[in-house]
Design a protein around this ligand. Structure first.
Ligand code: HEC
Length: 173
């Protein structure tokens, strides 16, 4: 009985030791897992930024300036849409009004604070685009042909595409 008890006892001891080893391996694996996941998690949070295919030049504005600029952008898209709709339905006064809404009088980059933060090329392209809307409004008002108006609109939207291909806006932190 004693022998059996000893045997059982030593068996239990072995099981305890094996159990402890298993637990230790588990802890090690767990720690290693946390380290690996932490590393992976960290690199996934950083990687998209690092390896982003977006190589456009970042222009840094304040929160308010960026808001203003994007509001102006959406207004220009509304104008483009209004011009096309006006032409499509034959409502030329509506097309002219839509074009004038994004004329040079609406340019926010004339704001001296924004101006100092933007490259000259950006400012010129922006001004050129606003003048294009005015020219388009004049053309529609003067009863220009549909083909001429369309050609002007094509040049104008080419400016949108050209600028968007080169620049993006970031906020200063
Ligand atoms: C001189 C440069 C320039 C010109 C010209 C320009 N844009 Fe933009 N636009 C930008 C930049 C920079 C952004 C921000 C893009 C970004 O951060 O990814 C932008 C963003 C926009 C947005 C997104 C607005 C938002 O709320 O996120 C719209 C819409 C837009 N532009 C429309 C137009 C249209 C339509 C035209 C032409 C009639 C135009 N833009 C011409 C520079 C320009």
């Amino acid at each position: 009985m004693t022998q059996a008890g000893d045997f059982l006892g030593s068996k239990n001891e072995k099981e305890v030791i094996i159990g402890m080893r298993v637990t230790l391996i588990g802890i090690c694996a767990g720690v290693a897992g946390v380290i690996v996941l932490g590393y992976l998690g960290h690199s996934t949070a950083v990687e998209p930024h690092k390896s982003s295919a977006d190589t456009r030049q970042r222009l840094v504005l304040t929160h308010a300036q960026r808001d203003m600029m994007l509001t102006e952008m959406r207004l220009m898209l509304t104008s483009v849409s209004g011009i096309i709709q006006g032409l499509a339905t034959g409502d030329l006064p509506a097309a002219e009004k839509a074009a004038r809404a994004s004329g040079i009088g609406k340019a926010v980059d004339v704001d001296p604070h924004i101006k100092t933060r933007l490259p000259q090329q950006f400012l010129e392209l922006g001004m050129h685009t606003h003048r294009g809307f005015d020219m388009l409004a004049d053309q529609i008002q003067a009863g220009g042909s549909q083909a001429d108006i369309l050609r002007e609109l094509a040049t104008l939207t080419g400016n949108c595409v050209a600028c968007h291909a080169v620049y993006r806006l970031d906020e200063a932190r």
